[in-house]
Design a protein around this ligand. Structure first.
Ligand SMILES: [Mn+2]
Length: 384
C-alpha cells in the first residue's frame, strides 16, 4: 500500500506537465507487435483475441500499464492540441472506425474519458489496444476511469461474462485491480477539466482531486463517485437528486461557479449517450461527448470527439451511425440531456462549435482561396 501516497503531484511545478520518458526498446518492440496483432481483429470476425493474445500476456501488459498509471497524477495534466473521446462500451470495431476518422496515436494526441467495457462484445479488445498504446506512447494518450471500470457495475453489464467466456473469471479480478489505479480526471492546458461523470459538491479545488489516494475503489458516495457518476441537467441551477440513485445532477449555475472557482474555461465529460455524439449544455461551459454510434443497437445516435487546438478553440469530428441491422426495429433517438430548453437557444449553442478543420497542405490551400474570394473563414468558438 506504499504506492497510495506516492502519486500526489500537487506540488509539481514543472514547466511542462508532460515528461519525456524513455521506453525500453524491447518493450517498445513488444507493444508494436501486440498493437499489430490487435489491429488484425478489426473487420475480422474469424479470429478472436484469445487467438492472438494469451491470458499471461494480458496480465503482463496490465502490470506495465499499472506502473504508468501510478506514476501519473489522479488529475492527468496534458497540453492541447488534443482530441477528447467519450464512452466506447466494448464497441471495438466502432473504436477502430473512429480512429480511421480522427487519426491514430501517436500522430494524434487523445484523451479517453472512460467506460471502455460492458454493453458491447469486445471490452477486452478495447482495453488491450488502449493499454498497449499507453505503454508505447504514454504522452500521446491519456486514459481516465469511467463508472463501468468498477466491479459492482461491470460484474453485471457484460464484462464479467466476457472475461469468463474468453479467458476465465480469474482475469476479471486482474482487470479490477488495474481499474482501481486508473486516473480519474484530466486537465488540458490548465483550462479544460475532463472527467467521466461530472462535478461534485466536494470539488472546491483541483488539489482535492490530486489528493485522492490510489489504488481506490469507488464506494457509495463522495468525490470519486461524483467524478464517475454525476450528470448535468437543464432542469435548474443547483444540485439535484440523481435519477440513477447514486451521486447528483447539477445545473448551469453549478457549472458556472465551478469554472470561476477552479479557473476553468470548459468542462468536457462523457457518461450519457447523446444523439449527435456531442451536446453543449446551456451556458456553453460543459460539453458531453459520446464516441460510439448506435449505442447498444438501442439508439440511433452518431459518435463524436471534441477537438481542442493549440489556442484551445473547440471543434468536433462526427461519425454518423451506420444503418442498424434489420433485426433491430425499436432503436430510437436519445433525449437531450442538458441543452437549453428553448430549442432555438439550444441550436445556437450547438452551432457555436464548428466541424474540425484538418490541418495540412490542402487546408492551407482552401484558406488561401477563400481569402482571395473575400470569403470570411469560419472560426471555431474561442473560449475566453
Ligand atoms: Mn458511464
Amino acid at each position: 500500500m506504499s504506492t497510495d501516497t506516492n502519486n500526489n503531484n500537487s506540488g509539481n511545478n514543472n514547466k511542462s506537465a508532460e515528461k519525456v520518458v524513455a521506453l525500453d526498446p524491447k518493450v517498445a518492440e513488444w507493444m508494436d507487435d501486440a498493437i499489430k496483432r490487435l489491429n488484425t481483429l478489426y473487420n475480422n470476425t474469424n479470429i478472436n483475441i484469445c487467438n492472438i493474445m494469451s491470458g499471461h500476456e494480458i496480465i503482463a501488459i496490465l502490470r506495465l500499464v499499472e506502473t504508468i498509471f501510478m506514476e501519473e497524477s489522479n488529475l492527468c495534466e496534458c497540453e492541447a492540441p488534443i482530441k477528447v473521446v467519450g464512452d466506447i462500451h466494448a464497441q471495438f470495431q466502432d473504436l477502430n472506425k473512429l480512429f480511421d476518422l480522427i487519426g491514430r496515436v501517436p500522430e494524434e494526441k487523445l484523451i479517453f474519458l472512460g467506460d471502455y467495457v460492458d454493453r458491447g462484445p469486445q471490452g477486452i479488445e478495447v482495453l488491450m489496444l488502449l493499454f498497449c498504446l499507453k505503454v508505447r506512447y504514454r504522452d500521446r494518450i491519456y486514459i481516465l476511469r469511467g463508472n463501468h471500470e468498477t466491479p459492482s457495475v461491470n460484474k453485471i453489464y457484460g464484462f464479467y461474462v466476457e472475461c469468463q467466456y474468453k479467458y476465465g473469471v480469474g482475469i476479471w479480478w486482474d482487470f479490477q485491480a488495474l481499474f482501481n489505479r486508473i486516473p480519474m480526471a484530466g486537465l488540458i492546458s490548465k483550462r479544460v477539466l475532463c472527467m467521466h461523470g461530472g462535478l461534485s459538491p466536494e470539488l472546491t479545488s483541483l488539489d482535492i482531486i490530486r489528493q485522492i489516494p490510489r489504488p481506490c475503489e469507488p464506494l457509495d458516495r463522495g468525490l470519486l463517485i461524483d467524478l464517475l457518476w454525476s450528470d448535468p441537467t437543464n432542469k435548474g441551477d443547483g444540485w439535484f437528486h440523481s435519477i440513477r440513485g447514486i451521486s447528483y445532477m447539477f445545473g448551469k449555475g453549478v457549472v458556472e461557479q465551478a469554472c470561476k472557482l477552479l479557473s476553468l474555461d470548459l468542462i468536457i465529460r462523457a457518461h450519457q449517450v447523446v444523439q449527435d455524439g456531442y451536446e453543449m449544455m446551456t451556458g456553453r461551459r460543459l460539453i458531453t461527448v459520446f464516441s460510439v454510434p448506435n449505442y447498444c443497437n438501442q439508439f440511433t445516435n452518431a459518435a463524436a470527439v471534441i477537438c481542442l487546438n493549440e489556442n484551445l478553440e473547440i471543434s468536433f469530428q462526427q461519425m454518423l451511425p451506420p444503418p442498424l441491422p434489420p433485426t433491430v426495429t425499436n432503436a430510437k433517438a436519445t433525449p437531450a440531456i442538458a441543452s437549453d430548453l428553448n430549442k432555438d437557444a439550444a441550436k445556437a449553442d450547438k452551432e457555436s462549435i464548428k466541424p474540425y478543420q484538418q490541418k495540412g497542405p490542402s487546408a492551407e490551400k482552401d484558406k488561401k482561396s477563400s481569402e482571395k474570394s473575400g470569403e470570411k473563414e469560419e472560426k471555431s468558438e474561442k473560449k475566453p
